[in-house]
Ligand binder design. Structure first.
Ligand SMILES: [Zn+2]
Length: 176
């Protein structure tokens, strides 16, 4: 993403190699601020009950109307687990107990890292939210795999159901 103006002083930036660096950055030559850009971390949960998984139908762009696991961008000042639990509650209204880390996906093409925890429902209260037009438990055969919002989520679900069948949950790194 281009950063045209310095976020510190508002002067026009230059795209150049800072002294001692190995990559080009947007640099402010007025106040010397270097605008580092790093991957975004998305954290979420695979909330499951017996052989069903909780999915949300997206009520917001991108991929409005497609199904996904509850997940969203991590905020400053929280851990990945806190982010996953917060996003799950915001998108599904579900109170959950998070469990082991299940998957990390890397999509360097778009500078995204996704982190998913396994989680269990504390009760059966979940509902549509501002971010999800529907929230529903799906058995594997009922999942609309052609209507899954992101290829990362599709891959995580495939790994989840493979491990569920084997009755042993692993930790997966999935790179695209
Ligand atoms: Zn500046």
């Amino acid at each position: 993403m281009d950063i045209k103006f310095c976020s510190k002083c508002g002067a026009t930036t230059n795209w150049r190699l800072p002294t001692g660096d190995s990559r080009h950055r947007f640099v402010c030559d007025t106040c010397n601020f270097i605008h580092y850009q790093n991957p975004n971390i998305v954290a979420g949960c695979i909330v499951y009950q017996e052989d069903s998984v909780l999915l949300c139908k997206r009520a917001i762009e991108p991929r409005l109307g497609f199904w996904t696991l509850p997940a969203g961008f991590m905020e400053n000042g929280e851990t990945t687990r806190q982010a996953a639990e917060r996003e799950t509650f915001e998108e599904t209204g579900a109170k959950i107990t998070s469990d082991q880390l299940f998957a990390i996906t890397n999509t360097p093409q778009v500078n995204h890292v996704n982190i998913f925890y396994l989680a269990k429902l504390k009760n059966n209260n979940f509902h549509p939210t501002d971010e999800s037009s529907e929230v529903k438990l799906f058995k594997k055969n009922d999942i609309p795999f052609e209507e899954i919002a992101f290829h990362t989520v599709k891959a995580v679900l495939e790994n989840f159901f493979r491990d569920l069948k084997a009755e042993k949950f692993g930790m997966h790194q999935i790179d695209f």
